[in-house]
Design a protein around this ligand. Structure first.
Ligand code: SAM
Length: 276
């Protein structure tokens, strides 16, 4: 069995009883950084052997580990913090194990993304997890533009040396939306900064930036009202394409988030003016 085990993102108490038992009972722990994981293990007096599994050796090590799994050993996969595979290694091992029919089971727990979402005070019924943005500014802005139309809450990870310029890009591309920056969550210097993207960009410009960061940004929100001209042109196009008045009203109402009965009136007017 391959256990995918979530570990703390700061506070070492944030680990489940099951995670501790699994880490104690497996034959081997595959860890992103063995020294880092040994600190957690020594805190809980766990003596299980640890081997390295990180970005640099993921592909080759996945083969070695799956052979041991096939031979009947139990392995726990952990990363330095939070949930493995969430902006962390694990993908290759899990795929290799699944392809060989080895059972893979989650031992769920913390992730910086869900920790930040849980306290952000923005809509969390639907969200998009972007992980890290590209390091190069051009590409970073491009990705932000792609996300700009989404009305779901956006969750991003950012490195301390890039948080300032990233917040400025977020403001420039997404506009002055409401956002929350979670810094050093669950650690001694935990801090939640709430504000608009311009306020947050300014704050981190002044303060400098140390620590680990999650940024949660409100989705696009209300669409700007559609003009009468665009609305009627779309109705005309759909009528010409053969839609019935009812179908066209339904589709246009859904597209522009309008009441169907209001759109229906316009559909009849447009149809009267340009009979098929
Ligand atoms: N697998 C981890 C998870 O489940 O959250 C994420 C690993 S990723 C390599 C590390 C990034 O997660 C950091 O750069 C930061 O953006 C975020 N992060 C991790 N711990 C954090 C914390 N305590 N406070 C804020 N952000 C954190």
């Amino acid at each position: 069995m391959l256990y995918v085990v979530a570990t703390p993102i700061g506070n070492l108490e944030d680990i489940t009883l099951r995670a501790l038992r699994v880490l104690r009972e497996v034959d081997l722990i595959a860890a992103e950084d063995t020294r880092h994981t040994r600190k957690l293990l020594s805190r809980y007096e766990i003596g299980t052997p640890v081997t390295s599994y990180h970005e640099g050796n993921e592909r080759t090590k996945a083969g070695v580990l799956t052979r041991r799994l096939e031979a009947g050993e139990d392995i726990a996969l952990v990363s330095d913090a939070g949930t493995p595979t969430i902006s962390d290694p694990g993908y290759h091992l899990i795929r290799a194990a699944a392809e060989l029919g080895v059972a893979v089971t989650p031992v769920p727990g913390v992730s910086a993304a869900t920790a930040a979402l849980s306290v952000c005070g923005l809509a969390t019924d639907r969200f998009v997890f972007q992980g890290f943005l590209p390091a190069r500014q051009g590409r970073r802005r491009e990705v932000l533009r792609e996300l700009g139309d989404d009305d779901r809450t956006l969750v991003l990870y950012e490195a301390p040396h890039r948080i300032r310029e990233a917040l400025r890009d977020m403001h420039d591309v997404l506009g002055d939306r409401e956002a929350v920056v979670g810094r050093e969550l669950t650690k001694v210097h935990e801090e939640l900064s709430r504000g608009t993207l311009s306020e947050l960009a300014e704050r981190f410009d002044e303060e400098g930036a140390k620590g680990e960061f999650v940024v949660v940004i409100a989705g696009r929100g209300e669409r700007p009202p559609v003009s009468e001209e665009v609305l009627r042109a779309e109705i005309g196009r759909l009528l010409e394409a053969g839609g019935t008045a009812n179908e066209v009203a339904k589709l246009v109402a859904r597209t522009f988030s309008l009441a169907k009965r209001d759109v229906y009136k316009r559909v009849l007017e447009v149809a009267k003016r340009s009979p098929q």
